[in-house]
Design a protein. Sequence first.
Length: 242
Amino acid sequence: MRIITPVPRSTINFDTVRKIGLALPGVEESTAYGSPALKVHGKLLACVPSHRSAEPGSLVVRIDLDNRAELLAVDPDVYYVTDHYLNYTSVLVRLSRVTPDVLRDLLGMAHKFVTGRRGRWKRERVLKVVLVIVGLLFCAGIYPLMLMVKQDPALAMMLSLYVTLGVFLLLASRNPSAHRSLIAFTAWSSFAHATVMGVQASLSLIAHRELLGVATFIVIGLTLIALAPAKQPVERPSAVVA
């Protein structure tokens, strides 16, 4: 009869997590729902899962949802998520299946995510306000649109596009990161509109007072580009144990 040698497991526990985590800037030992945890600037970094859906010997690590999806797809024996944690920016890790190097990479990734979110939150709040203001400004075009339907059909047609765009910007203000393409389109179309209006004004094809509209579209474009959410790169920790 053939004897199968069991695969050796690592002996990593929360003591190992604590030692590695406390070496990162701003990390301090704390608790979360009565379980041992590590936090950075008061924000959760990693903790022992308190919910009964998690497997014994697991660790909750804060992580971007894109990175989580990548880890779940590549190493499902190591990383997993239960229904309880599905809507949280975190992943469950089977500590018996990782090495200290993998854990160090993972906690470093979590540290970048948590500390980076502080700046992103402020930036996103400002972006949400800008999207609401621009959305309402574009939606306000419905009034001149109704007046111009018969007088100037071409202008009315253009205004209808901006009114529609305004509605979508208001919807996008709830979750700007999920509407990067819409924000980019609004910014660059504003530049295009400003350029055309500027050329027309310089050639006296339209009144010079329309240069105020040129400035408005340029400001809209520059503001949206400056605040546009960046695409988050997907990171992976080093290979896990077999």
